[in-house]
Design a protein around this ligand. Structure first.
Ligand code: GLN
Length: 491
C-alpha cells in the first residue's frame, strides 16, 4: 500500500474519482503508516475508528457523485484546533483531557468538503516554540537526518507534528497555525510546503489562542498545488471571528501554472544577515535566478525596520499570550490542582499545568503590560509594528508583487541542541518569518534545496494582503526548478 501514501492530494483526488481505490483503502494505508512511525511522535492522538467511519461515509457519497473538493482525503489536525468529541490539548498539561463540545471553523470546513481525520498532531505547548520540544507529549522527530548520521533532528515548530507527518507520508496534508513562523519554519525543516495566509483569511474560531492579533491557520502539504487545494477549503469568512474578512475565496489552484512574467520580485537587503550560512545565501540567489528565468523582474528593496521585528514580536506575542492564557485557572476545564484557598488553587494549577516556556511567556507578557511599563514596552512595540507594516506597504506601492527571502537562517538542528541556556538562540529561528505576522501578510515556504549535510532548506515568498494566488504561482515556479525532496525511510 506504500503507493497509496506517497501520492499527492491532487493524484489521490483523481484516483478516488476514477474509483482506482476507495477512501477507506487510502485511510487504512495511512493508519498503517502512522502505526509504523510512532518513533517520530508526530501524532498525539490517533483516531482510527473515526477515520474509518468518515472514510466509509465519504465513499458512499463519492459513489453517488456527491464528493466535495476534498472527498476522501486523509488529513492530520494540529492539536491546537478544537475537534468535537475528540481530545484537544494544545499539547499542554493544563488542558488535561479536555474534549471540546464544538468543532473549529477551519476543521469543520475540511469535513464539509469531504476530508477524513486521521488524528491529532503534536505541537509546541500552546504553539510557543520553534522546535516542537515544548510539547507535554515530548519532542517530535524530523524524518530527515544528516547524511551518515542517526542523530534525531527537530522538525521545527510549533507545527512540528504537522510537518513531520506530512513529510513522512503519514497524512496527505495537515492543518497548522502560524503566529511568528510556525507553519513556514517547520515546512522548511522538512521539505514540505507551508502557507501562512493573510491575517483574517481563515477563521480563528475554535483554535486555541496564543497571540490573537498574529495567529493564522494554514496548510502544510507536500506540493504547492496540494497547499492551494487545502487553502480553498480552510479559508473563508466566519461571523464567529470578528477579525475574519468577508471576501470571496478564490480558486487558489487556478493560480498554479499562471505566468509570472513581468512580476516584480523584491529582494530585501536587510535579510542578508552577518554569519548567514553560505548555503542559505546561495539558495536565495538560486531562487531569484529561477524566478528571473520564468520572466519575473528582480528588484533590490529595503525593509529598514526588519531588525526590530524579532524584539517587538517577543513583546507583542507574550503580552497577548499572558492575557489569553489567563482563562486556564482550573475552574472550568482541564487540570485542577487543589489548594487551601481559591487563589492557591489557581497558583497550584498554573504552576503544574504550564511548562517552562509557557510560564516564561506569561511572565514576560504580564511584565510588559503592567502599569508603568506598558508605554515603554507594549506601546512602543505596537508602534514598531506599524513601521514594519509600512516598510512592506511602501514596497508594494512601488509595484513589488512579492518578496523573496530565505525561510530560515539554518537547516534543522538536533533535539536538545538549541535554546537550553539562552532562549533567544531559539527565538532567532523566526528572524525571517515574524515580520510577515507583524504586518499581517501572506507567506509561503517552499522546499528549494539541501545543505551540505543533505538537509532540506526552504525559500519564503511574501505577498500583498489577500494575494495568496501570486504566492502559489511563484511557489510553483520554485518547486518546478528545485524538484521535490523526500526523506529516506529509517523509522
Ligand atoms: N517560534 C515562535 C514563538 O515561539 C512562533 C511560534 C508560532 O508561530 N506559533 O513564538
Amino acid at each position: 500500500m506504500t503507493d497509496l501514501i506517497s501520492m499527492t492530494i491532487a493524484e489521490a483526488r483523481n484516483g478516488l474519482a476514477n474509483k482506482s481505490f476507495t477512501s477507506l483503502e487510502l485511510t487504512d494505508a495511512h493508519l498503517a503508516a502512522i502505526e509504523a512511525a510512532r518513533a517520530l511522535n508526530a501524532f498525539v492522538l490517533e483516531t482510527p475508528d473515526k477515520a474509518r467511519a468518515m472514510a466509509r461515509a465519504i465513499d458512499a457519497k463519492i459513489a453517488k457523485g456527491e464528493g466535495g473538493p476534498l472527498a476522501g482525503i486523509p488529513l492530520g489536525i494540529k492539536d491546537l484546533f478544537a475537534t468535537k468529541d475528540v481530545r484537544t490539548t494544545a499539547c499542554s498539561k493544563i488542558l488535561g483531557n479536555f474534549v471540546p463540545p464544538y468543532e473549529s471553523t477551519v476543521t469543520s470546513q475540511l469535513w464539509r468538503d469531504g476530508a477524513v481525520m486521521l488524528g491529532k498532531l503534536n505541537n509546541d505547548e500552546f504553539a510557543m516554540g520553534s522546535s516542537n520540544e515544548t510539547s507535554c507529549f515530548g519532542p517530535v522527530v524530523n524524518p530527515w537526518r544528516r547524511e551518515g548520521s542517526n542523530t534525531s533532528l527537530v522538525p521545527g515548530g510549533s507545527s512540528g507534528g504537522s510537518a513531520s507527518a506530512v513529510a513522512a507520508l503519514l497524512c496527505m496534508g495537515a492543518t497548522a497555525t502560524d503566529t511568528g513562523g510556525s507553519i513556514r519554519q517547520p515546512a522548511a525543516f522538512t521539505a514540505t510546503v507551508g502557507v501562512k495566509p493573510t491575517y483574517g483569511r481563515c477563521s480563528r474560531w475554535g483554535i486555541v489562542a496564543f497571540a490573537s492579533s498574529l495567529d493564522q491557520a494554514g496548510p502544510i502539504a507536500r506540493t504547492v498545488r496540494d497547499a492551494a487545494i487545502l487553502m480553498r477549503s480552510m479559508a473563508g469568512h466566519d461571523p464567529k471571528d470578528t477579525t475574519s474578512v468577508d471576501r470571496a475565496v478564490p480558486d487558489y489552484e487556478a493560480a498554479i501554472g499562471k505566468s509570472v512574467k513581468g512580476m516584480k520580485i523584491g529582494i530585501p537587503k536587510e535579510y542578508r544577515l552577518d554569519g548567514m550560512p553560505a548555503e542559505v545565501e546561495k539558495l536565495w540567489t538560486e531562487g531569484a535566478a529561477w524566478l528571473k528565468a520564468a520572466g519575473a523582474e528582480l528588484v533590490d528593496i529595503s525593509l529598514p525596520h526588519t531588525k526590530y521585528a524579532l524584539p517587538a514580536y517577543y513583546i507583542v506575542a507574550p503580552a497577548e499570550a499572558s492575557s489569553n492564557l489567563a482563562r486556564y485557572d482550573g475552574v472550568r476545564y482541564g487540570l485542577r490542582v487543589p489548594g487551601r484557598s481559591i487563589g492557591e488553587m489557581y497558583e497550584n494549577t498554573r504552576a503544574e499545568g504550564f511548562g517552562d516556556e509557557v510560564r516564561r511567556r506569561v511572565m514576560i507578557g504580564t511584565y510588559v503590560l503592567s502599569a508603568g511599563y506598558y508605554d515603554a514596552y507594549y506601546l512602543r512595540a505596537q508602534k514598531v509594528r506599524t513601521l514594519i507594516k509600512k516598510d512592506f506597504e511602501d514596497c508594494f506601492a512601488k509595484g513589488v508583487n512579492a518578496i523573496l527571502t530565505p525561510a530560515t537562517p539554518s537547516a534543522a538542528f538536533g533535539v536538545g541542541e538549541k535554546g537550553g541556556a539562552d532562549p533567544v538562540e531559539m527565538y532567532l529561528n523566526d528572524i525571517f518569518t515574524v515580520t510577515v505576522n507583524m504586518a499581517g501578510l501572506p507567506g509561503i515556504a517552499v522546499p528549494a534545496g539541501k545543505d551540505a549535510q543533505g538537509l532540506p532548506l526552504g525559500l519564503q515568498l511574501i505577498g500583498r494582503p489577500f494575494d495568496e494566488e501570486t504566492l502559489f504561482s511563484l511557489g510553483e515556479v520554485v518547486e518546478q526548478a528545485a524538484g521535490r525532496f523526500t526523506p529516506e525511510r529509517w523509522w
